[in-house]
Design a protein around this ligand. Structure first.
Ligand code: SF4
Length: 471
């Protein structure tokens, strides 16, 4: 087969988008509808469908897949793919395409603004396009230069920066793209001329944007609000807090100072208490995101967090605080990829008891709320979606998995359903070949293994030694 044959499109006309989460008319799009789907379907007038029977009339079906649960929805839909029909996927989840390449003819890896028109016109031989017929071809993640012309994803959201200048070891953003900021004048002009008061300036860490002080001042002057502020705790200032009218999102991640240090997000406890204190003192609404199941984590780490919460409950009486817990997923392309994933049911139960203890907290002081964390089986379904094809058989096995099991039992369950994970899933070494190793990202760093090894050294050190029992 020649290179040209490999990329020859089966069809180039009658294309649609399939919306896995919603309706076919714009007014029915919901919060789960991917921004790329809304943008491209409007820009190029591509019909959006959401019922399997409507697919029959189209030759090419585009999917925008943003989380690994979408891979399971695709598995359910797969029986409706008709002969000769071409399926093409893109979106954040597609950077590790193993889970869907069994059913997608093509998977686009990375940003697509510069290339979508060409794909729509039938081009398939493009550097970031992976073909089902050559699944191990080396593909370069498409890391487009942030457009000098602001792209409006909907009627009030634009991208202010992409990637992240920080390097937390678990996070995909710094290891996937180069950090880039939108031209300052373009953002300020957008704020000045936008008719709405609520504007979404998308960024992983608003405070890290070099000109965010000017943005905050202009928003304040114009009586407008940035609806999607996400802050690095260390970068937060009283000035930004004072001007903020909506919820502030703070990625704390580790429950304790030592865990934050090990994941290279070194927010010391004093700084964390100071910044959260500033927010509550001003009566603001905050959301602090924590992870659980980080390497080295024990009940002591949880106790530090619970103690921080008690401290704020004693000190402050206003403000509202959401505390979601997300089970860590060891993401591809990051130094964390060499960690064997784990899910501690014991830690989950501790979190459950903690969230129940917060019920009604607003009656006597700060209103604190902690949503239900993702349970083990759903978490495990996401983890394995980077490793094996998510076929209807795998989907059925995951859906029927017994609840509240730890990972060895979940692996056993899969095996009992005739679903096997590769040996390297549990046995990760420096030379392990991961299923995503043919995808090359621009944020990739040849020292990634060394960063993982350094983390292991900290985990083996005094900070993580079990405390001697008092006699
Ligand atoms: S966790 Fe947040 S601060 Fe850390 S690298 Fe990711 S986006 Fe940046």
């Amino acid at each position: 087969m020649t290179q040209t044959d490999l990329f020859e499109p089966k069809v180039t006309h009658r294309a649609c988008f399939y919306d896995l989460h919603g309706g076919r008319l714009r007014k029915k799009f919901n919060a789960a509808t991917p921004k790329a789907l809304i943008y491209f379907s409007e820009q190029y007038r591509i019909p959006v469908i959401s019922k399997p029977e409507e697919m029959q009339g189209f030759d090419t079906v585009f999917f925008s897949l943003h989380c690994f649960r979408d891979f399971y929805l695709v598995a359910e839909l797969s029986k409706h793919k008709r002969n000769g029909q071409e399926w093409v996927a893109g979106g954040n989840a597609c950077v590790t395409p193993t889970g869907i390449l069994w059913i997608m003819d093509y998977v686009w890896i990375g940003d697509c603004f510069d290339n979508f028109k060409r794909i729509l016109e039938g081009e398939r031989d493009l550097p970031a396009m992976l073909s089902q017929r050559e699944p191990s071809r080396v593909v370069q993640y498409s890391d487009e230069t942030i457009s000098a012309q602001l792209i409006e994803f909907n009627d009030s959201e634009v991208e202010m920066s992409k990637g992240c200048p920080r390097r937390c070891l678990f996070c995909i953003h710094p290891w996937r793209h180069k950090y880039q900021e939108q031209n300052k004048e373009a953002v300020l002009e957008y704020i000045r001329h936008h008719p709405k008061r609520g504007i979404g300036l998308m960024s992983n860490s608003s405070d890290d944007v070099s000109y965010y002080d000017e943005v905050a001042a202009l928003l304040d002057e114009q009586g407008k609000t940035d609806m999607v502020v996400s802050n690095a705790v260390q970068g937060l200032t009283v000035e930004v807090i004072r001007k903020r009218k909506r919820e502030m999102l703070l990625g704390v991640e580790g429950m304790s100072e030592r865990l934050r240090r090990v994941v290279n997000k070194p927010i010391c406890r004093e700084v964390l208490r100071e910044r959260i204190g500033w927010c509550l003192e001003h009566g603001k609404q905050i959301r602090t995101v924590y992870q659980f199941n980080l390497p080295g984590e024990t009940s002591e780490d949880f106790e530090e967090l619970a103690d921080d919460v008690r401290h704020f409950q004693k000190q402050y009486s206003k403000g509202s605080w959401a505390i979601p817990f997300i089970p860590n997923q060891v993401s591809a392309h990051t130094p964390f990829q060499w960690n064997v994933p784990r899910y501690s049911v014991e830690q989950m139960r501790r979190i459950q008891a903690f969230r129940e203890s917060l019920f009604g907290s607003g009656k006597t002081g700060i209103s604190i709320y902690s949503p239900q964390p993702l349970g083990p089986s759903k978490w495990f379904g996401q983890v394995i979606a980077e490793w094996i094809a998510i076929t209807p058989k795998v989907s059925k096995a995951v859906d029927s998995m017994p609840t509240n099991r730890e990972m060895p039992e979940m692996i056993e369950w899969l095996e009992s359903q005739d679903v096997k994970l590769p040996e390297s899933f549990l046995n990760r070494k420096e030379d392990t070949v991961f299923p995503w190793d043919n995808i090359k990202t621009t944020g990739d760093d040849p020292n990634k293994w060394r960063r993982f090894a350094k983390m292991q050294t900290i985990l083996d050190g005094d900070l993580f030694k079990p405390k001697a029992c008092a006699v």
